[in-house]
Design a protein. Structure first.
Length: 271
């Protein structure tokens, strides 16, 4: 009887340790969370893990604030990078990729309510349209934030924007000239349309983040920061030569233990 109980406890602990990697060494560096859509996945979505419910998102932001984290804007990071300001004791950047309307309707509302900050990487040619780069058979088209929503969020001081290209291509699957245009033109168009500086760039699908020539074109276009989709935390102060800024991918199924492990270990799962 005892041995069966011991075996059950052992199996339970092993299963827990495989799902939540508490045993990983603590990792230093800047944590940057990456979200996509705040809401419930529509029927037909094959990217369910990219949807985080508003209730869960709210609980995660409340957990961050309750545990002493300060949520930063890109401009805070820029000041710290230039040495004009120190980062707070427990900094965290909340980022969203793509620029969905639900970021305005849900994330912005929640961040404002909790007095937290966030940053959205937008795809210029899809503003006010839909996620046209997806095959609608795999991921239904939904609304992207409209220009007036982006302007309102910017003016509030709650949200800042970065670029996620013009059309969300895989930058390694198009010509170098086209990729460089996607990178530079989106910064220019966003700045012209919004009258705000754009210092941050995120590679669609993370593609190109390890390509020195593409990274060079990001900095040549005038961005200060490039963000990858690679899992992890990035040592701060950040050295551009060391590689792009890594991020912590928050999945729809994640709970606050995942969030804690992501922030402290740089990951909460084995894969
Ligand atoms: Zn994207």
């Amino acid at each position: 009887m005892m041995s069966m109980l011991a075996a059950a406890v052992f199996l339970g602990a092993a299963a827990f340790s495989a799902r939540w990697t508490w045993w990983r060494r603590k990792a230093d560096g800047l944590p940057v969370l990456v979200y996509h859509k705040i809401g419930r996945a529509p029927a037909g979505s094959r990217l369910g893990e990219l949807w985080v419910t508003p209730e869960k998102f709210r609980a995660q932001v409340a957990w961050l604030l309750g545990n002493g984290y300060t949520t930063l804007l890109f401009s805070d990071l820029l000041k710290a990078h230039k040495g004009e300001k120190n980062l707070p004791a427990h900094p965290v950047l909340i980022t969203f990729d793509d620029g969905y309307e639900n970021n305005y309707a849900e994330a912005y509302r929640i961040l404002k309510e909790l007095n937290a900050r966030g940053n959205i990487f937008v795809v210029y040619n899809t503003i006010g349209k839909a996620n046209l780069w997806h095959d609608p058979a795999a991921e239904p088209w939904i609304n992207m934030a409209a220009p007036e929503m982006l302007r309102e969020m910017l003016a509030s001081g709650v949200i800042e924007l970065g670029s996620h290209t013009m059309n969300h291509p895989d930058l390694e699957k198009i010509s170098f000239e086209d990729a460089a245009w996607e990178i530079a033109e989106s910064k220019k168009q966003l700045q012209d349309a919004l009258g705000a500086g754009i210092c941050a760039f995120a590679y669609p699908y993370g593609a190109g983040a390890c390509n020195p020539a593409l990274r060079e074109s990001v900095f040549k276009a005038g961005y200060t920061f490039d963000f990858s989709f690679r899992q992890g935390k990035t040592p701060w102060p950040w050295q551009r030569e060391a590689g792009p800024i890594d991020r912590l991918f928050i999945r729809g199924g994640d709970n606050n233990l995942d969030l804690y492990l992501q922030l402290t270990r740089g990951a909460s799962r084995l894969f």
